[in-house]
Design a protein around this ligand. Structure first.
Ligand SMILES: Cc1ncc(COP(=O)(O)O)c(C=O)c1O
Length: 388
């Protein structure tokens, strides 16, 4: 059929050579997915079962990332979400209903806590918090309607490592689902399913992305039933991840092992050095005995990553702690973590219910890929200035 040039802009006859093979996964964007004929049109989310039907459920780029995360976490299947927080809220929406009770550790990532308090409670879900050190003692927090228990190990900012197998066993005796935020371990240093977890989520924004330039999340299930419930919910919530971001995460993943090894070594070196400094009361690094739950890290983890916190001695004022952070030159100030740039953020726990009594004395560090000696010198300069 002869075509006007305006039609050719949309329906082109241009030909290119076939047979291109690259080492990287192609970026396949698309909302519309083409069907071969009128009878084949359908809107089904499970593209493993029915083939591709709509971009919302993922293009081959998204599903490639999903299956690779699943492979690393030894799960049944993985869903990709537009961010880690979206993975958290989607899990809650998929598995909780009015009248259910959910238990969340006090050390959880703050937006996870806020979603429970501000959204779940609004929809009639009962929300309870438990001390991250509870272990099998979590039974005292159960109610007859407890349907889900969240874990985050180590916890955000205060890094308590949880006795996950004990919590999972107690929860399973009451037929409650056990979910973990497995972001700190990058999904590789803690085998969540081998320790009794039913559903894992990660902020891929962190170590999998690895370069502070994307937002993505993942949810991995142990079994098909949970996968179906999540997939059906994602379809209706309508949260789709960008294939461009997935492609960046796929690239980030290739260097994950070497990044993690370098970051682990540097973080341990700095954490040990900091624990000897007179200005520091305590170093909260899961691989050091000074961290609550260190024994569970030793028992259950195969390595550590680059995020840990320091607690200053009680004689330092809030202004002095903030001054320390402000004086750092290589450590930048900013949220999120697990990129190649070292970061420092000061936290104030005054009046935060259920959190340790560290007050304004906590600084969380993210160790990046700079030279560890330079980072130590930067920290040393800022500490020395604090004392003077
Ligand atoms: C432990 C943890 N979980 C989840 C998230 C949320 O991830 P995102 O920023 O991709 O929404 C974060 C982000 O800081 C986090 O630290």
């Amino acid at each position: 059929m002869a075509k006007n040039w305006k039609t050719k802009l949309i329906h082109s006859d241009a030909k290119i050579p076939e047979g291109f093979r690259s080492l990287s996964v192609g970026v396949q964007r698309g909302s519309t997915v083409l069907f071969p004929d009128a009878a084949s049109v359908k809107d089904e989310w499970d593209q493993y079962e029915v083939g591709y039907t709509y971009g919302l459920y993922g293009t081959p780029t998204t599903l490639e990332l999903a299956s690779r995360v699943c492979e690393l976490e030894h799960g049944y299947r993985t869903l990709i979400t537009p961010g880690g927080q979206c993975a958290i809220s989607l899990i809650n929406l998929a598995f909780l209903k009015a009248g259910d009770h959910v238990l969340i550790p006090e050390s959880v990532y703050t937006p996870n806590r806020k979603f429970a308090v501000h959204v779940l409670r609004k929809f009639g879900v009962e929300v309870g918090f438990y001390p991250p050190e509870a272990g099998s003692g979590i039974t005292t927090h159960f109610r007859p309607n407890t349907r889900m228990v969240w874990c985050e190990s180590p916890g955000s900012i205060t890094l308590e490592v949880q006795d996950v197998p004990a919590i999972a066993e107690a929860a399973h005796q009451r037929a409650a689902l056990v979910v973990i935020d497995n972001t700190w371990s990058a999904g590789v240093h803690f085998d969540a399913f081998a320790h009794g977890i039913d559903i894992t989520m990660q902020a891929l924004t962190k170590y999998i992305g690895g370069h502070s330039d994307l937002l993505l999340g993942s949810i991995t299930t142990r079994d098909e039933k949970a996968w179906r419930q999540l997939g059906a919910t994602q379809q209706l919530v309508g949260c789709a991840a960008s294939p461009d971001d997935c492609s960046l995460a796929l690239r980030g993943m290739k260097s994950l092992a070497v990044r993690l090894r370098a970051i682990e070594q540097a973080a341990l070196e700095l954490a040990r050095w900091l624990s000897e400094r007179p200005e520091i009361e305590r170093v909260l690094h899961p691989a050091l005995p000074s961290c609550p739950g260190h024994e569970f890290w030793k028992r259950d983890f195969t390595g550590s990553t680059g995020v840990f916190s320091i607690v200053f001695q009680s004689n330092f004022s809030k202004a002095q702690v903030q001054g320390f952070v402000n004086r750092l030159e290589l450590f930048k100030i900013g949220y999120s973590w697990a990129g190649v740039t070292s970061l420092a953020v000061a936290y104030d726990f005054h009046g935060t219910p259920g959190r340790p009594n560290y007050g304004h004395r906590v600084v969380r560090l993210n160790i990046g890929l700079e030279d560890a000696g330079d980072l130590q010198a930067d920290l040393g300069r800022a500490l020395a200035a604090m004392a003077s």
